[in-house]
Ligand binder design. Structure first.
Ligand SMILES: Nc1ncnc2c1ncn2[C@@H]1O[C@H](COP(=O)(O)OP(=O)(O)OP(=O)(O)O)[C@@H](O)[C@H]1O
Length: 632
């Protein structure tokens, strides 16, 4: 099993969430109303255009019968009042030529209008769909990203949305065209000669049966192909994200062979679909030819020797010519239903995945009666908080309780993996607690709107993330309207101004994708400046200075002193000197707070903290008993 295989398909959610049974109907139901005007014009001109294409064969048949085969004495045309038709042969000939030209013009105009309106409709719907799918990914809980590979999500946003583009432009238009043509042709043909129509249609059930069988066989194969391409993309994405690790461990070969496995799975899935498609298209072709030949043979016989079999109505040569065109067209259109089903099935699988993403259930961001958090003093209280990560076997936090007064400086210490970062992520509601409550100024954070909560809390994580762009844009990310002075001031307080000035373009220097052009310590200082600029009433610094040297760390601490003094600050640090001055220290071990108090009190207590402190000061190199991997 590879990394990506562990993730369930996004598409499964659509059905579970009780969406409309057909995701493509769902698509139209959601997006047509916003574009109803242009959609109606597109559909109507398509119908008109298709009906117009049926006129020339009809005119040709009538012309033949009226002027050349003398099977009719006067010219009469369906839907054209007899009074409009001139009486002399010359006049009638010019009149019919005029009709040919007018039909050609009208056909061209409707085609142009149909093309541009369908294109507009398609782009407008895709724009809305793309925006909604992107909104959905932004809204999703962190838990989602732990179960769904990024490449899979990217595949939905790119491949599946593009597949729907093909459906909206090609498939939907073809559906309108084919339906119009089939109904129009049947109407015309029955009106002209119902008996020959009955014969022409005798193969139709066979064709429709073939199409139905095809749809049943191809749909699961398309589903497989789609999820295989998602896994393939996920792997490529992972490999590009981790390119540095791959190179340093020289694991290019392993990654390549994993890619080949995914690529082969995709190839096999495609092959299974291709075999079914190949069989269908060739059988359809054969059936189409047989139907066309049968119309030619039977129709020709009819004209030459009279009605065959149980038929009774005579057939003129002109009408036979009209029927040759119509018959072929009927056969072609009914066989096109196969393509339509193909596009439809493919698009359906894509729509399932796109709506799976859009409708993915979110617990945190979608609380219906959440209230915004109003002016925050910064009194934070954890009451018996327990939490287990979605895919974890055991609890990460167990009965964690503590209280931080407004403006207090709280340090979190403890061995790695003890649950310090997790505890503070719950304050930001990156996850919700399983048990217990977290309150800010007495308000349970699970009842507040996520936006107002995160507005009140500044967070600098262990992994400083910078967006591609300039240094200034990255600092001002938390306050895009901040003045130049405020940005520089924040940078100074984060001890970043000095190095920024030495960069080639100062604050306008491009940091590269994810900030790769800067060192870890430089990135960290920019993320601290970003948090400072926001001036939040509550600040979380999670190992925020772990990448900088001791001297810079001291300088940052110095400049953060003011900041810390005026707001509730939580600092996680392994360098205990960083948090020695904290008003309160919380010592975590195995998801529990095992000691708390200020530095002096904890040293006196002579427990875990005191042991860690002795190691920190170099007084001892011995690992305390509690932390010894094999016990003692
Ligand atoms: N997204 C996650 N899914 C599942 N388990 C997780 C996740 N993030 C962290 N954990 C687990 O939860 C436990 C606590 O992790 P946490 O990051 O809170 O520890 P920490 O005390 O902050 O450690 P460190 O000092 O190394 O940052 C660890 O055992 C970790 O493996």
């Amino acid at each position: 099993m590879t990394r990506e295989d562990r993730h369930p398909g996004i598409g499964t959610v659509h059905e579970e969430e009780g969406g409309v049974s057909d995701p493509l109907l769902d698509l139209l139901r959601r997006y047509v109303p916003g574009n109803v005007g242009v959609f109606c014009i597109a559909v109507w001109t398509t119908i008109l255009h298709q009906l117009l294409t049926l006129v020339p064969p009809y005119l040709l048949g009538e012309t033949l019968d009226a002027f050349f085969t003398q099977q009719r004495t006067s010219l009469s045309l369906v839907l054209v009042p007899q009074t409009w038709i001139p009486t002399g042969t010359r006049g009638q000939f010019v009149f019919i030529a005029g009709l040919f030209v007018a039909t050609a013009l009208a056909t061209a105009i409707t085609q142009a209008v149909q093309f541009v309106t369908f294109r507009w409709f398609q782009q407008s719907v895709l724009h809305d769909l793309r925006t909604n799918a992107f909104d959905a990914t932004q809204r999703l809980d962190m838990a989602f990203f732990e179960t769904e590979a990024t490449g899979n999500v990217m595949s939905v946003l790119n491949n599946d949305v593009n597949q729907l583009r093909d459906f909206l432009l090609g498939g939907l238009r073809q559906f309108v065209e084919s339906t119009t043509l089939l109904l129009g042709l049947l109407g015309f043909m029955i009106g002209l000669h119902w008996q020959l129509t009955v014969f022409s249609m005798s193969f139709l059930p066979l064709m429709l049966g073939l199409v139905y069988a095809y749809q049943q066989a191809i749909e699961p194969r398309y589903d497989d192909r789609r999820s295989a391409v998602g896994n393939l993309n996920a792997h490529v994405q992972n490999a590009i994200d981790g390119i540095e690790t791959i190179k340093t461990f020289s694991t290019e070969h392993r990654e390549r062979s994993e890619l080949q496995t995914h690529s082969r799975t995709f190839w096999q899935a495609d092959w299974r679909a291709a075999k079914v498609s190949g069989f269908f298209y060739s059988t359809r072709r054969l059936l189409t030819e047989v139907m066309s030949i049968a119309i030619v043979v039977v129709g020709g016989w009819w004209v030459l020797f009279g009605p065959p079999l149980a038929f009774s109505a005579p057939l003129t040569a002109g009408l036979f010519v009209t029927f040759l065109f119509y018959g072929r067209r009927l056969v072609k259109e009914s066989s096109q239903i196969g393509d339509l089903v193909d596009t439809y099935t493919d698009a359906r699988a894509s729509a399932k995945r796109v709506f799976g993403l859009i409708q993915y259930p979110t617990k945190i961001t979608k609380s219906a009666d959440a209230e915004p958090l109003r002016s925050v003093d910064g009194h934070v209280e954890y009451d018996d908080v327990s939490f287990t990560y979605p895919n974890a076997d055991s609890a990460t936090l167990k009965d964690v309780s503590f209280e931080a007064q407004p403006g207090e400086f709280v340090g979190l210490v403890g061995p790695t993996g003890a649950g310090k970062s997790t505890a503070l992520k719950l304050l930001l509601r990156l996850y919700d607690t399983d048990d217990g409550t977290i309150t800010i100024d007495g308000t349970d954070v699970s009842t507040t709107t996520v936006a107002s909560l995160r507005e009140a809390v500044g967070y600098v994580s262990q992994d400083p993330f910078l967006f591609g762009g300039t240094v200034r844009e990255n600092i001002a990310y938390s306050a895009p309207d901040a003045s130049e002075e405020r940005v520089i001031d924040a940078a100074k307080r984060a001890n970043a101004h000095g190095f920024i000035r030495t960069l080639p373009d100062g604050y306008d220097t491009d940091v590269g994708e994810r900030g790769v052009k800067l060192s870890g310590g430089q990135r960290q200082r920019i993320t601290i400046a970003r948090a400072i600029l926001k001036e939040p009433p509550i600040l979380i610094l999670d190992e925020a200075t772990s990448h900088v040297d001791t001297q810079t760390e001291l300088l940052i601490q110095e400049s953060l002193r003011d900041l810390v003094a005026t707001r509730t600050t939580f600092v996680i640090a392994h360098q205990l000197s960083t948090i020695r001055e904290a008003d309160q220290l919380l010592v975590f071990r195995d998801g529990r707070i095992v000691e708390s108090g200020d530095h002096e009190a904890l040293v006196e207590q002579d427990g875990l903290y005191a042991s860690l402190w002795r190691i920190h000061t170099g007084e001892t190199a011995e690992l305390p008993d509690q932390l010894h991997p094999h016990g003692r």
